[in-house]
Design a protein around this ligand. Structure first.
Ligand SMILES: Cc1cc2nc3c(=O)[nH]c(=O)nc-3n(C[C@H](O)[C@H](O)[C@H](O)COP(=O)(O)OP(=O)(O)OC[C@H]3O[C@@H](n4cnc5c(N)ncnc54)[C@H](O)[C@@H]3O)c2cc1C
Length: 402
């Protein structure tokens, strides 16, 4: 059952009487809350400024009954057995393996670029010749960065690298980051791989899929514990008073408990050192009266269009809803909080790192204050990495309090 409501009713218990205040009900906050309540016996309150839990993984039923991901398509994948087993307490998985196609002037090529892509791009015969060369040089099953193919003395191998760069990588990446080809970090280019394989899965992690009845339902179970109170629609900035350096006041009194903060640190500290740069996204949802809109979960538009990609949710969720489907187009843009944008991808550079380090120092000066998660740590984390960080933090806090 998908709901938009709190997993616990709001109560009037004063915040200062809880052992732990968690800011943010995404994967980071919800995981730490559960661990501290369940293993540590703490009374935890989770403050979430949105009207629902789940952070960016929040999903809900659209009017046509299709389960959509409000903040962009989320596919869970991991090689971390601890994280997988942990989350499996709160959900089963639908077994979906993500596949992505690149639309190259109307022709679909699997991404990452592989043997199947080579045959489509170069024709069956030439494709087989190129595959044979790749196998001969690198071995079947290898993942070869295009930078390595470029360094080869063989013109055919150079041509594969050029094809992938021009048709799969360049335009998509410039759209994504709002940069020109020259501004793209060469180390990113170096990692673009050609996969000498027939395997068309986008992720090759041993565990992947989506929660069978959705992320929001999984979050509601994760947060459903007698030691956890969830308050949605509450911005922590309105209750945490940081006006006295080195202290957090709540209702005018220093807070004696633990604070787990998963929001942006620059915002918390009033942008004292400036704004951390991010890319944001506009999501444009569209519904069509057809069973299926596109042949795979995601199509990347790698040589044309203003949007970066289109995702059709029914592929991901494996939902059967005849005669209707919902897609989302993603338009990448600069992040402007004044415009109500959400910060999605940190634009990490030396200056931003230094600024973030300054905010971390301020955070470290507060008693029992812990910053964790993609926003607070100013890092792009996948969901599994976020949960791993949250579990590590909970372990450390529980160990320290023994
Ligand atoms: C477009 C997109 C697609 C993605 N796809 C994938 C994918 O396919 N697979 C994958 O593994 N990962 C994916 N991710 C990454 C995934 O979204 C993150 O790993 C995950 O959301 C991190 O969880 P979090 O708790 O750190 O942050 P969030 O999910 O952002 O949660 C933080 C929460 O804190 C709340 N908050 C912030 N400040 C305050 C405040 N002052 N008061 C109260 N509440 C506050 C926010 O409202 C939010 O709900 C994707 C990310 C994006 C942007």
């Amino acid at each position: 059952m998908m709901t938009n409501t709190d997993s616990q009713p709001n109560t009037d218990q004063p915040l200062g009487t809880f052992d732990v205040i968690v800011v943010g009900a995404g994967f980071a906050g919800a995981t730490v809350a559960r661990e501290l309540a369940e293993r540590g016996g703490r009374k935890v309150v989770v403050l979430e400024r949105r009207d629902q839990v789940g952070g960016n993984a929040y999903d809900r039923l659209a009017d046509n009954g299709v389960l959509i991901h409000e903040f962009g398509p989320h596919i869970f994948h991991t090689a971390d057995e601890r994280v997988f087993n942990y989350l499996s307490r709160f959900t089963s998985w639908n077994g979906y393996s993500h596949e992505v196609l690149a639309d190259v002037f109307g022709t679909y090529l699997p991404v990452p670029f592989n043997k199947v892509s080579l045959r489509v791009a170069f024709g069956a015969e030439r494709g087989e010749e190129l595959i044979a060369k790749l196998i001969d040089r690198f071995g079947d099953g290898a993942k070869v960065p295009i930078s390595e193919l470029r360094r080869e003395a063989d013109a055919d191998l150079n041509e594969i690298a050029d094809y992938v760069w021009n048709n799969v990588f360049l335009h998509y990446t410039t759209k994504q980051w709002g940069k020109s080809a020259e501004q793209i970090d060469p180390s990113v280019t170096a990692r673009v791989p050609v996969f000498i394989s027939e395997d068309c899965r986008y992720f090759t992690d041993p565990y992947q899929g989506l929660p069978t009845d959705g992320y929001t339902a999984a979050f509601e179970r994760l947060l459903d514990h007698p030691g956890i109170t969830v308050r949605t629609g509450v911005d922590a900035k309105s209750v945490l008073d940081l006006s006295q350096d080195g202290a957090v006041l709540i209702d005018g009194e220093p807070f004696g408990g633990t604070i787990i903060y998963t929001g942006p640190l620059d915002e918390l500290f009033g942008y004292r050192f400036g704004r951390l740069p991010y890319r944001s996204l506009d999501f444009v949802f569209e519904t069509y009266d057809v069973d299926q809109w596109q042949p795979r979960g995601t199509i990347n538009y790698t040589v044309s269009e203003d949007y970066t990609r289109i995702t059709e949710f029914k592929h991901l969720t494996r939902q059967v809803v005849p005669g209707t489907t919902t897609i989302v187009r993603e338009f990448s843009k600069e992040y402007d909080p004044e415009d109500g944008d959400d910060p999605y991808y940190p634009e990490v550079n030396d200056q931003a790192q230094a600024m973030h380090a300054g905010y971390l120092e301020l955070a470290a000066s507060l008693p029992a204050f812990h910053a964790v998660g993609r926003l607070a740590e100013y890092r792009y984390y996948n969901m599994d990495a976020t949960v791993a960080k949250a579990l590590d933090l909970a372990d450390r806090l529980l160990e320290e309090s023994k």
